[in-house]
Design a protein around this ligand. Structure first.
Ligand code: SDX
Length: 425
């Protein structure tokens, strides 16, 4: 028990110990018994739930999905198989996998009327705006989603995972005035996405297996990351009873921010800026360290990791291999490496425990895959979709779930009364 002494009273609060020995003070009776609330700006010290999906140890740089180390899944699994693991809690057997991948195939075609939605967007519409809108639009074609029919969850989840890549690829193709192409049933998830993004109906499109494997690994690395900003958004929206698609569409909006999923695009913009600027990497780092400049080293720092983000290590190795394979100029990769070398040996970053996060190299991977810059965060959303779905399911299946409704400390005007306009100064 934890004892909290307030106004001459002592409140005893239960201590919760997690599967990996993390500890929390359960303060659920604090306000009822003392009138006090806690205040924790940006929730750095606040757990919103108990979850069995993902475990992170930020000090040791550990990330596990349902107990499996991310390094093993990234090297050995497929996106579809890891998506099943994160959603259902175990690696699928042959029959379970065949049923799940069969659902992904059965529901990979969009309703033909979606074309009209796309035509309503301007050509330069931000793909993340389109994605969140189109995910909500998907639910209009599936009434069972709107009434939260949990017996249809498997189909709704598989349809969302399958169609989010079709929505993304179609948005890209329409934005560049090219014809959309249908997915092929016999292709893997990653292979099909590349096929829909880059193939054309009037000529064969050969895909390199290393490129397909790199995208598969990229998507696995992005599947889940416990209570990050966008996943917490999905859970908060789901707690009101909102359907799976509405909750995930809200997740897309939260992910879009530059401090979160938008960072992968911001990193490559930063690298291009340095490449074209008339100052060098060391001078850029000095600019970052001088707060008055308001410049951040994008792709560095993390609320939880105070050590290397294990995903960035895997992506860094893949980036070097890919650039060599793709025969593309690795100038941006060299600038990224130089930035990291400087930062990791600089007191400013060391004392603040700032290390490369998942976004530092992920944008370079997507660039090597030929993904356009404005689609980088969309790929993050495609990867994160199974994680959002898993958290929606975990919350929705909790018999003790309640609507998320934080309190506040009011710091505005005290009581005052209305005055007619003629009496106002
Ligand atoms: C993702 O939460 C997740 O799990 C997210 C994610 C996921 O998988 O879902 O991992 C994906 O969003 C990764 C993060 C991507 N964002 C960026 O790369 C943007 C750049 N990073 C920062 O904005 C920042 O590090 C955050 C947003 C990631 C974390 O912010 P915090 O935890 O609020 O840290 P902070 O702003 O309080 O920083 C502490 C100190 C401050 O300096 P002091 O006030 O102590 O002097 O570190 C400094 C900050 O100014 N700092 C940075 C910095 N990040 C923090 N200084 C320069 N460059 C940076 N990138």
């Amino acid at each position: 028990m934890a004892k909290i002494e307030l106004d001459n009273m002592i409140l005893e609060c239960p201590v919760i110990v997690g599967a990996e020995k993390e500890k929390a003070i359960d303060i659920s009776e604090l306000r009822a018994k003392t009138g006090y609330i806690t205040l924790d700006d940006s929730f750095s010290n606040t757990g919103s739930c108990k979850s069995a999906i993902t475990y992170i140890d930020g000090d040791k740089g550990i990330l596990r999905y349902r107990g499996y180390p991310i390094e093993e899944l990234a090297a050995k699994s497929s996106f579809a198989e890891t998506a099943f693991l994160v959603i259902y809690g175990h690696l699928p057997n042959k029959e379970e996998y065949s049923r799940f991948s069969g659902l992904l195939t059965d529901y990979e075609i969009l309703n033909e009327s979606f074309k009209h939605h796309y035509e309503g967007f301007p050509n330069n519409a931000p793909p993340m705006a389109m994605l969140s809108a189109m995910i909500n639009a998907l639910s209009c074609y599936q009434p069972e989603v709107n009434n939260n029919d949990i017996s249809k969850f498997d189909v709704s989840a598989a349809r969302l995972i399958s169609q989010v890549r079709v929505l993304a690829a179609s948005a890209y193709k329409m934005s560049v005035g090219l014809p959309t192409v249908f997915p092929y049933p016999e292709m893997s998830y990653a292979e099909n996405f590349l096929h829909m993004m880059f193939s054309l109906p009037n000529r064969p499109y050969e895909m390199d297996q290393d490129i397909i494997d790199a995208l598969n690994m990229f998507l696995i690395l992005h599947i889940d990351h416990e209570q990050n900003c966008s996943t917490s958004t999905v859970r908060l929206v789901a707690s009101s009873g909102a359907n799976l698609y509405a909750s995930c569409a809200a997740g897309v909006c939260a992910l879009w921010g530059r401090l979160h999923g938008g960072a992968n695009q911001a990193v490559v913009e930063m690298l291009n800026h340095i490449k074209n600027a008339d100052y060098n990497v060391k001078e850029f780092i000095d600019m970052v360290k001088n707060k008055k400049n308001g410049v951040k080293l994008m792709g560095f720092g993390h609320r939880v990791y105070k050590n290397f983000d294990p995903r960035s290590k895997i992506l860094q190795a893949a980036a070097h291999k890919l650039f060599k394979k793709a025969g593309q100029s690795d100038e941006l990769l060299s600038i990224a490496q130089e930035l990291a070398d400087y930062a990791l040996n600089d007191e400013y970053f060391i004392e603040r425990k700032l290390y490369p996060n998942v976004d530092f190299y992920s944008g370079l991977i997507m660039q090597a895959l030929g993904i356009p810059l404005n689609m980088f965060t969309v790929l993050f959303a495609i990867g994160r979709m199974p994680g959002w779905i898993a958290h929606w399911k975990e919350l929705s299946e909790n018999p003790k779930r309640r609507i998320y409704r934080p309190r506040q400390i009011y710091v505005g005007e005290t009581l005052r009364h209305y005055e007619p306009m003629s009496m106002r100064g």
